[in-house]
Every structure is written in structure tokens, then in C-alpha cells.
Design a protein around this ligand. Structure first.
Ligand SMILES: Cc1cc2nc3c(=O)[nH]c(=O)nc-3n(C[C@H](O)[C@H](O)[C@H](O)COP(=O)(O)OP(=O)(O)OC[C@H]3O[C@@H](n4cnc5c(N)ncnc54)[C@H](O)[C@@H]3O)c2cc1C
Length: 671
């Protein structure tokens, strides 16, 4: 291998390895074995010299697998029995538990490169590559590197865990001890011995006996807090003394492995930029084992290169991710259950089956048998929680969609009033409340005086529209329709991250026109209740054919908008609006207004104002009650004209809100 002098130039390589850790070393071994490094120019970016035994790798496999993975020459120890928590040791035939020293792997990989043209860069790569015509360009401090293939094994960046995801650590601290007598059975390793204080975590001792008088005794913790050396030493001291022999500590070992069901930051630079190792999701988060998976992946990557194929990967079955998520959640919420779960598992299920399950090599029927042996209540609770938390993360749109189906079903059974009552509650809680927070979105309201002027201004706008209703009801209706369309489109587009403008207005138009045109008769009846409205007379004269034409035109516009904006949400909205045409107008409108529009608005307010929903709701309460009183007062005197008056009052209450929300979106949600 040769080193590179630092100068500003572009260096070209066939293969570029970012990191020379386990995954890339395994790949180098495999490429070398298949003659794929011959004649290749290679670059390695690795800040560490990789000259120490910084970690050891253990894994279970059959002898045949070991040879297939080309790891046979690297194994320094192996065991054919495993013991768990003092439960009788079990042979794991045909498997063995193998031990590979990190330093041996690094040396082996480096010696594969001895006859190659290799350039080392002892630095971190932290940038973003430029992708240029099947080449990647990486800028280092003094050089620019260009490569055809990049194998990136930098540590992954985990995203913030979602509700049902968790991020724990597997932290461990161990002593390699030498005893004064023959103490250990060299055919048996202890995978988990839970006979140690749990201290509100899941903790166990892991023992690797290398000879009859030397062993690694390691305390491992699954938990949110990492194990401290002082804590571990106390427990290890007790544990070692219980062996009943004198011992000396000849080495110590310490490490942390992430146990995370959170998603990782993904970069997609193209098929020849291959993420490796932990970054490629090779680490099983509930066990911390990755080595076997990485060794298998090295074969897959080697074959892809050999056959000049695009990036290939063994696809992990989704259900294993689900199991891992559940277990991590349990270990986070109830760490004391860890000991019960693992001990029960190993007591009731043959070890060889558990090992195969942990390597994700079991069939679903075998998994069901395994689960049937586990403490069911703990897992059922975790499943219910997981499902609920996933539902909370569903796009908001699913709720009005599902509610429409429920409402249609109730209507068929003549229980329409149930859907209606739910919507009234929704209107009074979310519908009115989302419009009762405008004082919080205004930067000018900082004291009671400003709040008073804000309220005055707010009420005046409503009263002004009231006057327009009184004097020119047709103009007021058109104004009401126009700003409702604008406002509905604005909230939906914001939620779906689409660009506001004419398109969002047309979307609002589509929503409102779909609801109204499919309830034409009811609409005419309601409009008749508004005095002096000429439009009501015009509408009465519209024929069924013309209504059909308007409906087709509206739906066509909706479909066109969803295609232009590539939005499945628009299509879903159109579908449930169409379904809701089987329901009365007020219910159909209520589903959209409460279930979609107000929910979207609420979410934007909560994010923009950085407040929890419960806090916002409390703050909205006085104004919601005020709004509800105004509506109820008006309806009390309305008599036969209740629905018409309801829309007039609603329009007067909503005009200042629409204007305020417009400012709010511009202020807090610049996209
Ligand atoms: C202490 C410990 C013990 C483990 N024991 C086992 C075990 O017994 N069995 C098992 O199956 N799994 C084990 N694992 C899990 C897993 O096998 C290892 O984490 C393994 O090293 C992962 O391989 P990797 O190539 O993804 O990462 P690493 O081996 O960590 O390699 C990444 C390399 O990238 C380098 N690097 C980091 N940042 C940059 C950068 N910005 N630019 C360039 N280079 C960078 C690092 O210096 C490092 O050399 C263990 C993990 C740890 C931490």
C-alpha cells in the first residue's frame, strides 16, 4: 500500500472505501478471494489506523457457512454449547459460536490489498458527494477523489424516533480474568446470565471462556442510560468472587452498540454508492449482532460487482422489524420484563430454534410457536400500543375517510343521528377551536389592551360581512364561497406540502363544489331560507342535466388537479366526498370541515405556535364558547330558517379567521 502526498488535484479510483471497519474489511476479503481487486485502483478514507483490537466479533454459524463466508482462517475461538442463566447448557450442533478478533480481520483485509494500488486518506469524510456521469466526486481537505464504486460504512445517523419507535443502548463493560485454578468449561459460552441486579434495566453477564483459567466476563445492559464503569465493576466483582477462585484482571473491554428501531437518515446517490455494515441496516437492533449478516452481505455485494449488476441486497422480512420494535418498546417501557422474557424464551424454546429466530431464518409458523411460549400479556399490550401509535401517525386524511364509511353505514341502518352528533361535538371542539386561536397568531397581541383592539377589529370584520348579507345577500354569498375555497385549499395544500396559489384555490373550489353540487336540492332549500337571495331563484331553475354537467366538470377538475400535483390525498378526498353524497349536506360538509380542514388547521397552528394540542385547546376555550354562544343565540331566533342563518353566522365568524390564517401561513409556514 502507498500513502498519498497532499496536493490539490483530482484522483481517480475504481473502488473507494469510506471506513475500514468490519463491513468493508469483509467485502475486501471477498473481492480479493474472487480476484476482483486485481488491477483496480483503490482509495480508503479511514481516520483510524486500525492497528488495535478495538472490538471482537462473535457470531453463530455452521462449519460449512464459515468456509463459505471465508472466515475459517480468522476464527480464534469457538464453542459448541451455550448456557443461559444457569439453565442447563445446551449443545447448538450443527452450529458453533465463533470468535474473531477485530485486529485479525483488519490485518487480513490489509494484506489482501498489499499487491494493489491503494491510496489511504487518514481523515474523516463528512461531505456530500457530487454525482457525475456514473462517477462520485468527493472533496477532502486537499484532494478531490473520483470513484466508480463507493462503499460507505460511516456510522449511521438515526432520525428522531417516532411514537412507536425507541432508541436504546447496549452498553457493556468486561474483564478478561485469569484464575488461579481450572475454572471454566471451554466448550460452553454463557450468552446471558441474568443472575445479577437488574437496577431497573435489563442486565446480564456474558462469558467467553478462552481457556480453562481465562475468560472474558462482561456485564451487558440494554437501557436508555449507558452502563458506567463503576457500576459494572461492582457487579463484576461480586460475580467473579462467586466463582470461588482467586483471579486477576488482565484486560478490560468496553463498548456501546445502538439498539434503535428509529429510521436512519438515508442517502440515495445512485446504485454504485453502496452503504455498508450498520449504515446498511445490518445490525439487528435487539441483539447487537451484525457480523454474520455483514459477511453474507459481502458475498452479495461481491457478486453484484462481478456481474456488473446494480446495487443488490437481501431484503429483510418486514415482520422481523415489527418484532424488534415491540421488544425494544417493552425493554424501554418496562425494563424489568427483559429478564422474564429472555429467560422464558430460552427455558421453553430449544436454543437452536432461538438462534435461528434471532438470525431471522425462521418461518412464520415457527415464529408463532415461539411466541406462544412467551409471556403473552406483555406482548399483546405492546402490539395494541404499537398499532394505536401507528394509527396516530396515519395521514389525517384517513380519519374523515373512515368516518365517511362509518357514517354511510350508520345511515343505512337509520342511525344517521349518531354520525351527526359526533360531528356536532367535533364542530364545537375542533371546528370552532381551530378558529378561536387567531389572537395567538397575531404578533400584535401582547397585552389586554391589544387583545381588546384585536377583538374589536375581528368583530367589525364579521359585522361588516353581516351588513353585506343584509344589503346584498348575493354578493355576500359569493364572497363567502370565494374565501372558503381559498381557505380550504390553503390548509390542504399546506398539509400536503404543495405550492399555494391558483391551484390551491381551484382545489378549494373543487371541494366545495363537490359537496354542494351533489346536494343540490338541499342546497336550494337552505338558500331559500336566506331572504332576498336571487341566486336561490336561479338555482331552482337549473335542470338535472345541468347539475350532472356541473358534477362531472367539478370531479374532472379534481382529478386533473390530483394528477398535476401528483397527489393521492386529493384523490382520496374526492372519493370520500363522493361517498358522502349519500349523506345529508350538513353531514357531508361537516365531515370535510371538522375531519379534514379543521384538523389540518389545528396541526399547523400547533406546529407553528410550538404548543401542545391540550394547551392550545385550553387557550381556545373562551373564544370557542363565545363563538358557540353566538351561533346558538342566532339559531334560537331562527325558527324555520335555522340552516340558512347558520351559514350566515358561520360566514361572519369565519371571515376574520380566514384573513388571520392567511397571515399566519405567510409568517410561520414559509415553505
Ligand atoms: C464494541 C462492539 C462490539 C461488537 N461485537 C459484535 C459481535 O460480537 N458480534 C456481532 O455480530 N456484532 C458486534 N458488534 C456490532 C457490529 O458488528 C460492529 O459494530 C461492526 O464493527 C460494524 O461494522 P461497520 O463496518 O458497519 O462499522 P465499523 O466497524 O465501526 O467501521 C466503520 C469505520 O468507519 C470509520 N469512520 C467513521 N466515521 C468516518 C468518516 N466520517 N469518514 C471515514 N471513515 C469513518 C471508523 O473509524 C470505522 O473504522 C459490535 C459492535 C461494537 C461497537
Amino acid at each position: 500500500m502507498q500513502s498519498t502526498e497532499k496536493y490539490n488535484s483530482t484522483l481517480k479510483f475504481d473502488f473507494l472505501f469510506i471506513g475500514l471497519g468490519a463491513a468493508n474489511c469483509l467485502l475486501i476479503l471477498m473481492l480479493h478471494e474472487n480476484g476482483l481487486l486485481n488491477g483496480k485502483t483503490i482509495a480508503i478514507i479511514e481516520p483510524d489506523g486500525k492497528t488495535t483490537n478495538d472490538r471482537t466479533f462473535c457470531f453463530w454459524a455452521t462449519e460449512q457457512e464459515l468456509f463459505k463466508l471465508k472466515l475459517n482462517t480468522l476464527v480464534s475461538y469457538s464453542w459448541s454449547n451455550i448456557e443461559i442463566s444457569g439453565i442447563a447448557k445446551q449443545p447448538i450442533n450443527p452450529l458453533h459460536y465463533f470468535h474473531v478478533k477485530g485486529i485479525d480481520l483488519y490485518h487480513a483485509a490489509k494484506s489482501c490489498l498489499l499487491n494493489c494500488q491503494v491510496t489511504n486518506f487518514a481523515t474523516f469524510f463528512t461531505g456530500i458527494p457530487d454525482v457525475k456521469a456514473e462517477q462520485f466526486e468527493l472533496k477532502l481537505e486537499n484532494e478531490t477523489l473520483r470513484a466508480k464504486y463507493v462503499f460507505d460504512s460511516r456510522p449511521p445517523v438515526f432520525l428522531k424516533p417516532k411514537n412507536n419507535q425507541t432508541h436504546l443502548n447496549q452498553s457493556f463493560f468486561g474483564w478478561k480474568i485469569k484464575t488461579d485454578k481450572k475454572t471454566f468449561d471451554t466448550s460452553t459460552m454463557v450468552m446471558m446470565d441474568f443472575n445479577v441486579p437488574q437496577n431497573n434495566f435489563t442486565q446480564f453477564v456474558y462469558t467467553l471462556p478462552f481457556t480453562e483459567d481465562t475468560a472474558l466476563i462482561e456485564l451487558t445492559r440494554f437501557g436508555t442510560q449507558k452502563l458506567l464503569k463503576s457500576e459494572a465493576e461492582l457487579i463484576l466483582d461480586e460475580y467473579s468472587k462467586a466463582l470461588g477462585v482467586s483471579f486477576e484482571i488482565i484486560e478490560t473491554e468496553q463498548g456501546v452498540i445502538p439498539m434503535s428501531s428509529a429510521n436512519m437518515e438515508k442517502d440515495h446517490y445512485g446504485s454504485h454508492w453502496v452503504n455498508m455494515g450498520v449504515k446498511a441496516d445490518m445490525l439487528k437492533c435487539t441483539t447487537g449482532y451484525a457480523f454474520h449478516a455483514m459477511a453474507e452481505d459481502a458475498i452479495v455485494q461481491m457478486e453484484a460487482i462481478k456481474n456488473n449488476q446494480l446495487q443488490k441486497r437481501i431484503i429483510r422480512k418486514k415482520r422481523f422489524g415489527f418484532y424488534d420494535r415491540l421488544l425494544l418498546k417493552i425493554l424501554t417501557d418496562k425494563p424489568e420484563y427483559g429478564k422474564i422474557i429472555f429467560e422464558t424464551l430460552f427455558k421453553k424454546v430449544a436454543l437452536i430454534k432461538v438462534l435461528s429466530f434471532l438470525r431471522e431464518k425462521t418461518s412464520i409458523t415457527k415464529e408463532i410457536v415461539i411466541f406462544s411460549k412467551l409471556p403473552k400479556r406483555i406482548f399483546i399490550k405492546a402490539v395494541v400500543k404499537d398499532v394505536l401509535q401507528r394509527c396516530i401517525r396515519l395521514p389525517l386524511l384517513f380519519y374523515p375517510f373512515l368516518f365517511t364509511i362509518l357514517a354511510v353505514f350508520l345511515s343505512v341502518l337509520n342511525f344517521e343521528y349518531i354520525a351527526g352528533s359526533i360531528l356536532v361535538v367535533g364542530f364545537l371542539t375542533v371546528g370552532l377551536a381551530h378558529g378561536a386561536l387567531d389572537h395567538l397568531t397575531s404578533r400584535k397581541v401582547k397585552n389586554h389592551k391589544q387583545l381588546f383592539y384585536f377583538m374589536l377589529n375581528y368583530v367589525l370584520k364579521g359585522v361588516l360581512l353581516g351588513f353585506i348579507w343584509y344589503l346584498f345577500p348575493d354578493v355576500a354569498l359569493l364572497i363567502f364561497m370565494a374565501y372558503s375555497m381559498w381557505h380550504f385549499g390553503q390548509a390542504d395544500f399546506k398539509e400536503w406540502n404543495l405550492i399555494q396559489g391558483l391551484s390551491s384555490f381551484f382545489w378549494g373550489f373543487t371541494v366545495l363544489m363537490t359537496i354542494l353540487s351533489f346536494h343540490f336540492v338541499e342546497l336550494s332549500d337552505i338558500l331559500k331560507q336566506i331572504p332576498n337571495l336571487q341566486i336561490a331563484i336561479v338555482l331552482k331553475k337549473i335542470s338535472e342535466g345541468q347539475i350532472l354537467f356541473i358534477q362531472i366538470l367539478t370531479l374532472g377538475l379534481g382529478i386533473l388537479l390530483s394528477v398535476l400535483n401528483k397527489s393521492k390525498y386529493m384523490l382520496l378526498t374526492l372519493i370520500y366526498l363522493l361517498l358522502s353524497s349519500m349523506l345529508p349536506l350538513l353531514i357531508s360538509f361537516g365531515i370535510y370541515f371538522v375531519g379534514q380542514h379543521s384538523m389540518h388547521g389545528w396541526r399547523h397552528l400547533s406546529t407553528g405556535l410550538n404548543e401542545r394540542s391540550s394547551t392550545l385547546w385550553k387557550k381556545s376555550l373562551p373564544f370557542s364558547i363565545g363563538g358557540a354562544m353566538i351561533i346558538l343565540y342566532a339559531l334560537f331566533f331562527a325558527g324555520q330558517q335555522a340552516a340558512g342563518l347558520f351559514f350566515i353566522v358561520l360566514s361572519c365568524l369565519s371571515i376574520p379567521h380566514v384573513l388571520k390564517m392567511h397571515q399566519f401561513y405567510a409568517m410561520f409556514h414559509r415553505s
